[in-house]
Write a protein that binds this ligand. Structure first.
Ligand SMILES: Nc1ncnc2c1ncn2[C@@H]1O[C@H](COP(=O)(O)OP(=O)(O)O)[C@@H](O)[C@H]1O
Ligand SMILES: [Mg+2]
Length: 227
């Protein structure tokens, strides 16, 4: 099992209101599975993905990624574990503004050891795969949002993760680029990786083998198989 969520809940509270962003969600994803979580804006998709990715501690419930609880680790150990195991594609990309495309894609290499020239070769291959070769020296401000999205995808894949967590990865893409990204995710799962994609895009959902509907922070109906 690459991802196991057991009864995850997460609220956001301020002095006046409490939002139950994720409410008692359980799900499991094995090697080779491509799962989509679909739901309206505000239903808790990003919150769910952040908790699954070791980036946002749930209020209650258990997260296991590749058999380990990221929240039981120290911050340093968790950072390295995440860098090696999880490819996270953020909804707002989180690219470093003063780094080029190539430098952004290479950034996750800092957290793990490895040959510098091999890492660079892998970054250049990913940049080519996502159609960014002629943009590799540009900083994010000089890119279209689709190019930023594809840079974020390439960066997520640099360290050869076992699990990809992708937050609306086709939200900024035209059909052709969306197909490139979705095709890559499907290939990644076919090669034994696990993919959890959250989206409200029907085209992205159509690529998944299993679709989970999220409504007001809860799984709305039993897991269905489209395979
Ligand atoms: N940092 C935050 N502080 C307070 N409320 C938040 C925060 N992030 C998200 N929310 C609220 O939690 C709910 C779920 O948000 P989110 O997980 O971003 O949903 P989605 O990704 O499906 O649009 C929404 O009502 C949103 O307004
Ligand atoms: Mg979101």
């Amino acid at each position: 099992m690459l991802l196991q969520l057991d009864n995850i809940s997460r609220t956001y509270a301020d002095a006046h209101t409490t939002v139950h962003a994720v409410n008692d969600v359980s799900l499991q994803i094995s090697e080779g599975e491509f799962v989509a979580v679909q739901g309206a804006s505000g239903c808790g998709k990003s919150t769910l993905l952040l908790t699954a990715g070791g980036l946002l501690r749930p209020d209650s419930g258990q997260v296991q990624v590749d058999g380990q609880d990221p929240y039981a680790m120290t911050n340093d150990v968790r950072a390295e574990f995440r860098a090696q195991t999880i490819g996270f594609v953020f909804q707002q990309f989180h690219l470093v503004p003063y780094l080029s495309v190539l430098e952004n894609v290479l950034a996750p290499a800092i957290a793990v050891s490895g040959s510098e020239s091999e890492t660079r070769d892998r970054a250049l291959q990913l940049i080519e795969r996502f159609g960014l070769s002629d943009r590799q020296r540009h900083v994010p401000a000089k890119l279209s949002s689709g190019e930023r999205q594809r840079t974020a995808m390439a960066r997520a894949l640099l360290n050869g993760p076992k699990l990809i967590l992708a937050d609306e990865p086709t939200g900024n893409l035209d059909h052709e680029n969306a197909d490139t990204v979705l095709g890559y995710l499907a290939d990644f799962a076919a090669d034994g990786g696990a993919v959890l994609l959250v989206t409200h895009d029907d085209r992205a959902v159509a690529c998944a083998k299993r679709v989970i509907h999220l409504q007001d922070g809860r799984i709305a109906e039993p897991v269905t198989s489209t395979a």
